[in-house]
Design a protein around this ligand. Sequence first.
Ligand SMILES: [Zn+2]
Length: 115
Amino acid sequence: MPPHDLRISVRSAWNGWETAEIRLADLNDIHWLQPTGAPKPLVHGYVSCQCIVEGQIPHDCPGTRPPHRVLVCVLKNHTIASVYTQLTRRADAAHAAGVKASVRSEAVLGADPPV
Ligand SMILES: [Zn+2]
């Protein structure tokens, strides 16, 4: 399977039960985020709701004109290890770039990526 066709499982919340399958290539702006109640920072990213292959990510789709950028969470134990490693590297890179630009979100800044 070519890498751009690789599918990953994502969810709208780290502790949410609703999952969706998307193509890895459709996940953008990958970053670390520690949601309220989460034990540690988790890999998050944005995906267009029109790129969801299977399942659904709950959001206000009928309310406004699509496509919508939906924030999704990628869990380590639901992701192929090599893919997850790749995602954490991209999140680390975004984190480093964000620190350089002396960023916006304290949630991201204050959270150190897990080693
Ligand atoms: Zn939508």
